[in-house]
Design a binder for this molecule. Structure first.
Ligand SMILES: Nc1ncnc2c1ncn2[C@@H]1O[C@H](COP(=O)(O)OP(=O)(O)O)[C@@H](O)[C@H]1O
Ligand SMILES: [Mg+2]
Length: 276
């Protein structure tokens, strides 16, 4: 805990340089802001209210975990916050830019240049090399593929010697580290991760989580991660708890056992009683 707080203090100084390199980073404000966000699926008597009014402002350079019982709205929250889904009501802003109501083209451009994504299922293209996978977001954003940048982020995730391999030749943990390098290559302001360690064993999960933590501490990135694992959530500065489409609680700098205890009280109240 002491170590984390110390890193927190060192962060401010280190961040300045990387932010300048990034250019489009927000000026101190909030990286992610949700105001009165609702998301309803369907209409009338069969409508499902997945999000019922989310109020949230995440400062730049912080690591937030989102937990909650199955069906509480975690994935819907992440999709709305990342501009992959549109709220039924309310507004979402990223780096001070309101994305609600933005055209699909503009939104796609913003996602490609300023956001990074890591999913449980890696989502690497099997026919491309590791380096080509990492460079994909640059190509999609219409930027010149920068092989030195690819080498730099692959080094950062400990895969500097795997650039010419194909994903199928790597272990699960290595594949997720490639996915992380791909998320980092454009130096995004925000990295959204949905169960990034869900398919990994404890040791490789810890490596991936450590790298996310480093992206926050050294590069000033903002990480928002959905997880059902209290040990993973313990890497975050703050854990948010969702229940029935509402943020009901948070814990700051909490160890895994405290997070697990809070989750148990939530799942005990949930209709399905399952945590996922
Ligand atoms: N595309 C959809 N159509 C209808 N209902 C949905 C859809 N996606 C999610 N839901 C419902 O919204 C609620 C929240 O889902 P979700 O965000 O996936 O929760 P979580 O990720 O916490 O399990 C659930 O009741 C789920 O069944
Ligand atoms: Mg989900």
């Amino acid at each position: 805990m002491g170590l984390r707080r110390k890193r927190h203090e060192e962060r401010a100084g280190e961040r300045a340089g990387d932010s300048a390199a990034r250019g489009a980073s927000p000026t101190g404000g909030h990286a992610v802001e949700l105001r009165a966000v609702q998301r309803r699926y369907g209409r009338g008597s069969t409508a499902v209210h997945a999000l019922r009014g989310i109020e949230l402002a995440l400062p730049s350079g912080t690591f937030t975990a989102v937990m909650g019982p199955s069906g509480s709205g975690k994935s819907t929250f992440l999709q709305c916050a990342a501009g992959l889904d549109r709220p039924t009501a309310g507004t979402v802003a990223l780096g001070g830019t309101v994305i609600t109501g933005m055209s699909e083209n503009k939104l796609t451009e913003l996602r490609r240049t300023r956001l990074g994504f890591v999913f449980q299922a890696f989502n690497l293209l099997p026919s491309l090399t590791v380096e080509q996978n990492v460079l994909l977001p640059m190509r999609l954003a219409g930027l010149r593929p920068d092989r030195r940048r690819a080498a730099e982020v692959l080094d950062r995730v400990g895969l500097g010697d795997k650039a010419r391999r194909r994903p199928g030749e790597l272990s699960g943990g290595q594949q997720q580290r490639v996915a992380l390098a791909r998320a980092l290559v454009t130096a995004p302001d925000v990295i959204f991760a949905d169960e990034p360690t869900g398919a990994l064993d404890t040791t490789t999960a810890a490596e991936v989580l450590g790298l996310l933590r480093t992206a926050v501490d050294r590069s000033g990135a903002t990480v928002v991660m959905v997880t059902h694992d209290p040990a993973a959530a313990a890497y975050a500065d703050r854990v948010l708890f969702l229940a029935d489409g509402l943020l009901v609680d948070h814990l700051d700098g909490a160890p895994a056992d405290r997070i697990a205890a809070r989750m148990r009280t939530l799942t005990a109240r949930a209709p399905m009683g399952a945590a996922a």
